[in-house]
Design a protein around this ligand. Structure first.
Ligand SMILES: Cc1cc2nc3c(=O)[nH]c(=O)nc-3n(C[C@H](O)[C@H](O)[C@H](O)COP(=O)(O)O)c2cc1C
Length: 439
């Protein structure tokens, strides 16, 4: 069996409770210096790409802005364009919504990023899970789920038509002859579809990658089909060995239906990690990080999202109150909805009783430990094993600190992955497609 090469990316810590703000080393999440630090660290480690998530409405809990959103979140493509100037090889991928944007404009911005960066642009196509966010975009109604993916698919197909519309051979011939590019070298795009109607010419010649890398991050059956048909990479939450293998097999099996090969879609779960000089120290670090991630307020906030009630009067260090969840409309807006709150509440109660956990201990337990915990050697081995066992093609690393949370991984784990022959020691190509072996 041939050994699979690992792909790695760096997620810029975002407005979720994975990011620890109480740590004195925590820095700004909107200063350019923070983006530069993480991007340069990722490039020093020869990672495939730098990744930005997106949020288009501040989340709310009980009608108030969710605490972690108060730090702010800049617009992805603007940040990535600036990063293109201070990095050379690192891929630059941003999350941009396909429900609230227009193809002509977004295709132009992505093509511009691809030109400016010498072929390093990636687009994470998201559709958004809620009408709450839609209120920031005046379209009257809100698309339901099936229509959102249908719109996203037409959006990507049309973007590709626009990106392909200039004839590279004719453009090159004109340029070689030292004359202006003639009209005939610039094709027209005529598109009449259910969601878009466009007739005209694109403003840019083909970019170095032709098509920026397409990433997908939804988990429903529709989302998986969309990925199988259109995406080059999936960003997923299925990061554990068994869950990852199930997801991997499911998605890769869908590719044949679209005439595609398994290697044409890279599966990259988002994962967290905690390191230490010994296994014991790593476990202690992991536990300490978890306590910092689930502070008293965060513990109550998680409980409220499941119980659908104001629980602020309860002591987070005390027991779970004997109270049933309110199953009418939830109190939380702008987060991916918890599907069956009654079942989740019953499960949490059983766990709290079984292990005599306080509210905070319970939330620490149910919100999951770090994916990879151990010495650098252990973490390198586990990452390699997950990839070789087809639980993933690589990982999007989610550090818990801005901006230095990737430093230790790059300094201590990457060299060991390189020693194992599992990860590149230098970039072989110049584009993100090259790094992902998609070209
Ligand atoms: C791992 C992961 C990361 C996501 N990141 C974002 C994001 O940064 N911004 C966003 O608007 N939606 C994000 N989403 C939401 C999805 O794109 C999608 O809109 C949502 O999950 C609903 O689609 P689904 O029903 O297919 O899951 C993410 C989803 C997953 C699974």
């Amino acid at each position: 069996m041939t050994r699979k090469r690992i792909h790695l990316a760096a997620h810029f810590p975002g407005v979720n409770n994975t990011t620890v703000w109480t740590d004195p080393r925590s820095g700004s999440q909107i200063d350019f210096a923070s983006f530069v630090h993480l991007a340069r660290t990722a490039e020093r480690g020869k990672l495939d790409f730098f990744f930005l998530a997106e949020g288009l409405r501040l989340r709310e809990l009980k009608g108030r802005i969710h605490d972690l959103d108060v730090v702010g979140r800049p617009e992805s493509l603007t940040v990535l364009s600036a990063l293109a100037a201070v990095t050379d090889r690192l891929g630059l991928a941003g999350t941009v919504n396909a429900t609230f944007n227009e193809p002509y404009e977004l295709a132009r911005r992505l093509s511009t990023l691809d030109h400016l960066s010498g072929g390093r642009a990636g687009w994470n196509v998201v559709t958004t899970s809620d009408a709450f966010t839609g209120e920031n975009f005046r379209r009257g109604g809100y698309l339901d789920r099936a229509d959102r993916y249908e719109r996203a698919a037409e959006f990507v197909r049309l973007s590709r038509e626009l990106w392909d519309s200039w004839r590279p051979d004719a453009v090159a011939a004109d340029q070689a002859a030292g004359r202006f590019v003639r009209e005939g070298a610039i094709g027209t795009v005529e598109h009449q579809g259910a969601h878009f109607s466009i007739g005209g010419r694109f403003t840019l010649p083909r970019s170095p990658q032709n098509h920026p890398v397409i990433i997908q991050a939804g988990d429903s059956a529709e989302g998986r089909e969309f990925a199988a048909a259109h995406a080059d990479v999936i960003f997923t939450g299925h990061g554990t060995l068994e869950d990852g293998r199930r997801f991997y097999a499911d998605v890769k099996s869908r590719l044949a239906g679209y005439g595609r090969e398994p290697h044409q879609l890279k599966i990259m779960p988002g994962v967290t990690f905690a390191l230490g000089d010994t296994e014991e120290e790593a476990a202690e670090n992991a536990a300490e990080i978890r306590r910092a991630q689930v502070g008293p307020q965060t513990a109550i906030a998680f409980l409220e999202q499941v119980w659908g009630r104001d629980m602020s009067a309860y002591d987070p260090e005390g027991p779970l109150p004997d109270l049933d969840p309110d199953l009418s409309d939830g109190v939380s807006q702008g987060r991916v909805a918890i599907k069956d709150r009654a079942a989740v509440a019953a499960k949490w109660r059983a766990l709290a009783e079984e292990k005599s956990l306080s509210i905070r201990e319970l939330v620490i337990e149910v919100t999951g430990r770090q994916t990879f915990i151990g010495t650098p050697a252990t973490v390198a081995r586990l990452i390699d094993e997950h990839v070789q066992a087809d639980a993933a093609d690589g990982f999007i690393l989610v550090p818990h600190l801005t901006p230095g949370g990737l430093d230790e991984f790059v300094d201590r784990v990457v060299p060991l992955l390189q020693e194992r022959g599992a990860f590149r020691t230098d970039y072989a190509g110049t584009t993100l497609r090259d790094h992902l072996e998609l070209a």
